[in-house]
Design a binder for this molecule. Structure first.
Ligand code: BGC
Length: 807
């Protein structure tokens, strides 16, 4: 069952009912001001950091779900309704929500009044605009009351939800004309305020929540609206809000537009105040003025559309499979940009309180967006490298506002250092900018401990080499990519973290996954060394890589698949000898990606075991059989009910590794099969089972052992976005950057007989046509002339490359 449809020409997903199984959301914002918005206009906004600069309040776990956000009300002859359905829940005569790139638009109609509302964050501005047009579609004049409201969050979203003995005393606002200012704590340490205004005269307002809602009122039936009497209240402590009331008279056929604007301003020192205790409203006035007309808003929307068009133009495919095209051209790249902005901090499943930017997560995200915003990727790499320690290990997370490592999440996740190598190499392949290696970057954010980025990479590699266990395999530390496989932590207390509780590092628990990473990224590091001047280091590391490969073959092969790990007692994890958790997905994909066991036939065997034991209708499960008992020596993974999360769901992030692995063994049909099982556009028809948005990847899809088999959770902020894009663009379609140019090595299923890709790369445009004749004879023509390899060398100054490939 579907709840909407893809409109590819508009690059939108069009939702036709507010009754989606879950709120289906979108992201607004490009660089500093961000908003989450659901298909019923729920969500919240923040400046840079969803924890420390939360602008509007949102209640996760609220009942009913997804109340709040942007609250608009239209009162028409006693009938109260909301253009986005919530908060009123009044049935609408017509409803549509169009989620597009950086904007969400609602169309609704009730009793002869039509509402069109477009919500977006303009490029380079610190505000969200809600442009609302009301049209009288009836035959008689309409006298409407229109209300627009938001609820302020008192900045730190964690404190806002818990420190009530303070919070209920601090709220302060100012009202001037049609703008309400939220200035809680601006008096002392803060230099920022927010405001909510409208470009038309108002006939009343409220800023005190209780006055507006009433003692037993609620957001769907605010007392002040029902009684017809706004309080014109000025909040003093308690819960400050901003609500404007407007009177709107519409002749038959007439339309009126209103621009509501939610803005953020920062002012320092002498500029902070207009007069004693009165905030300086100049930045707010300028912003209100700038967007005071519908034309200015429309113009800004055009700029936003051009911005997105420009980003997506870097990789566009045209094939016979429209679902593939819409994933590659629109939604997968869009999701990659969202993960760039959010990492794992703020979604409808990530509260914005806990996880800032993850070290490994952000490094992997870069693989998915580096081709769109290489400059941002560069800065991100340098920021991430700055939370590395001198020994090469790293903080596991950092806060986006401060860019400092989080002490709570700690360190000692031994895969982390290698992801820095992965993203740096990807960045250099994309851009050719190897000067980044010479950038001075501090360790642990301490300027006096700065070294070139190259040295950071060296220490990443050395960290792995100096942390090996009894078999010579890398030690896992607190966990590797699988945060929940905690082989050294032995948590027995319900109130402690599975990852950061004591007993860290037995000196025995080893990870075959990190070994595979080392082989893959060790090679990439060695290549960087040999290209940029350190042959001796390159040779030494390649020696270690070869040894590691051999160690995996000797101690990491279980007969039909690769082992996952050795635990703190030296017992095998992910072996046919185990009672549960006999086979894990991660090493099967990553070993083949690293080239381990290909010539021995192990890779193919492992992939075929994946198909036998782990493949279900919705993707590849993380492990099988699922754990039914808690094992403290294995950690959090065994704490989940069977079929959920790391305990045997389709943990989507790891699926593209298998797709790439199938490409590594030249099995195009299987590569495509694993790709399409989780790619959201391909799953749209069973949206009632999947339940999350059909236009973005989710982190997990419940596995066969789960009661709710096929149900997805944690949509949007997942490494699946980046890896999904890498797998399809670089391996199935096969167009991937190398250090010297673009490589074209598609690995296609038989159903795709041809495709064309337009790829912008280092300022040049590549038009690539691939004919999948399945002849087994690879031929590549560059501007009509044959090349002997699949590598198209990049030539500085050349603007266009026309490439034709026959398979
Ligand atoms: C984390 C990732 C981790 C994955 C698998 C996600 O929630 O953000 O860092 O690799 O889970 O455990």
């Amino acid at each position: 069952m579907k709840y909407g449809f893809f409109d590819d020409s508009a690059m939108e997903y069009v939702i036709q009912t507010p009754q989606t199984p879950l709120p289906w959301i979108n992201y607004l914002g490009n660089s500093a001001f961000f908003s989450l918005i659901s298909n019923t206009a729920g969500g919240y906004s923040f400046y840079r950091d969803a924890k420390l600069r939360r602008i509007t309040r949102y209640r996760y776990n609220n009942v009913p779900t997804d109340q709040g956000g942007r609250c608009y009300y239209i009162k028409d002859a006693g009938v109260l309704w909301s253009p986005a359905f919530l908060p009123c829940k009044t049935p609408l005569d017509h409803y549509r929500c169009r989620h597009g790139l950086g904007y969400t638009a609602f169309e609704s109609e009730k009793n002869g009044v039509r509402a069109d509302m477009t919500c977006f964050v303009p490029l380079n501005h610190l505000c969200e605009i809600n442009s609302l047009t009301l049209t009288n579609t009836s035959q008689s004049e309409k006298k409407l009351e229109l209300f627009g409201a938001v609820e302020w969050c008192l900045w730190n979203a964690t404190d806002d939800a818990q420190n009530f003995q303070r919070n209920l005393n601090t709220g302060e606002v100012e009202v001037a004309g049609s703008v309400i200012y939220h200035k809680t704590e601006y008096r002392e340490r803060r230099n920022h305020y927010t405001f909510f205004g409208v470009n038309a005269p108002t006939s009343g307002f409220d800023t005190d929540r209780e006055t507006f809602l009433g003692r037993f009122g609620s957001w769907d039936q605010p007392g002040a609206i029902l009684s017809g009497k706004m309080g014109n209240s000025i909040a003093n402590g308690w819960a400050p809000i901003a609500c404007h009331k407007l009177e709107v008279a519409l002749a038959p056929g007439e339309s009126k537009n209103f621009v509501f604007l939610l803005g953020y301003a920062e002012l320092d020192g002498a500029e902070k105040w207009e007069s004693p205790s009165v905030i300086n409203k100049l930045p707010a006035r300028c912003m209100m003025e700038q967007f005071s007309t519908q034309e200015a808003v429309e113009q800004s929307l055009v700029e936003l559309a051009l911005h997105w068009k420009g980003l997506l133009a870097n990789y566009q495919v045209s094939s016979s499979d429209e679902k593939l095209d819409r994933m590659v051209n629109i939604w997968n790249q869009y999701q990659c940009m969202v993960t760039y902005n959010m990492s794992r901090s703020a979604s409808y499943f990530e509260s914005g309180l806990g996880r800032g930017m993850g070290f490994r997560d952000s490094c992997q995200d870069i693989l998915g967006f580096v081709h769109m915003v290489p400059q941002n990727a560069r800065q991100r790499i340098l920021d991430i490298a700055a939370i590395q320690f001198e020994d090469g290990s790293a903080y596991h997370q950092y806060q986006p506002l401060t860019k400092r490592g989080n002490t709570e999440a700690g360190y000692g996740f031994n895969d982390d250092p290698l992801w820095l190598v992965a993203c740096t190499a990807a960045y250099i392949r994309e851009t050719g900018d190897h000067a980044i290696l010479e950038e001075m970057v501090p360790f642990d954010n301490q300027a006096e401990k700065s070294k070139p980025l190259f040295e950071h990479l060296r220490r990443s590699i050395r960290y792995i080499l100096s942390h090996t266990g009894p078999h010579g395999l890398p030690l896992i530390g607190r966990a590797d990519w699988n945060d929940c496989l905690n082989l050294n932590c032995f948590s027995e207390q319900p109130d402690e973290s599975f990852q950061t509780c004591s007993n860290f590092e037995s000196g025995k628990a080893e990870s075959i996954f990190i070994a595979a990473m080392f082989v893959k990224y060790g090679c990439e590091y060695a290549e960087l060394c040999s290209r940029f001047g350190d042959e001796a280091e390159a040779a030494e590391i390649l020696g270690h890589v070869q040894e590691m490969e051999q160690i995996v073959l000797n101690h990491g092969w279980d007969g039909q698949w690769f082992l996952r790990a050795y635990d703190a007692f030296g017992n095998k994890v992910g072996s046919h000898e185990c009672e549960e958790g006999k086979i894990f997905i991660e090493p099967q994909g990553f070993c083949a990606m690293a080239g381990i066991g290909i010539k021995e036939g192990h890779a193919e065997k492992a992939l075929s075991s994946v198909q036998t034991h782990l493949l279900n209708d919705y993707g590849i499960e993380l492990l099988a059989p699922c754990f039914t008992q808690y094992h403290k020596e294995l950690g959090e993974i065994t704490s989940y009910p069977p079929g959920y999360k790391e305990n045997g769901s389709v943990f989507c992030h790891s699926n593209p590794w298998v797709t790439i692995a199938f490409a590594a063994v030249s099995d195009g049909d299987s590569a495509y099969d694993t790709y399409r099982r989780i790619a959201p556009a391909f799953t749209e028809e069973h949206s009632e089972i999947r339940r999350t948005e059909p236009y973005v990847y989710a982190q997990t899809i419940a596995g066969r052992s789960a009661a709710r088999y096929g149900e997805a959770k944690n949509s949007w902020l997942t490494g699946t976005a980046a890896w999904g894009f890498v797998s399809v663009s670089q391996y199935i379609l096969g167009i991937r950057p190398g250090f010297d140019g673009l490589i074209v090595e598609p690995c296609l299923p038989s159903r795709i007989t041809h495709f064309t890709v337009t790829r912008q790369f280092r300022g040049a445009i590549y038009r690539i046509t691939v004919h999948n004749n399945r002849s087994g004879q690879y031929r590549l023509l560059l501007d009509g002339s044959p090349l002997t390899t699949s590598y198209i060398p990049f030539t500085e100054g050349r603007a266009e490359y026309n490439v034709e490939v026959f398979l």
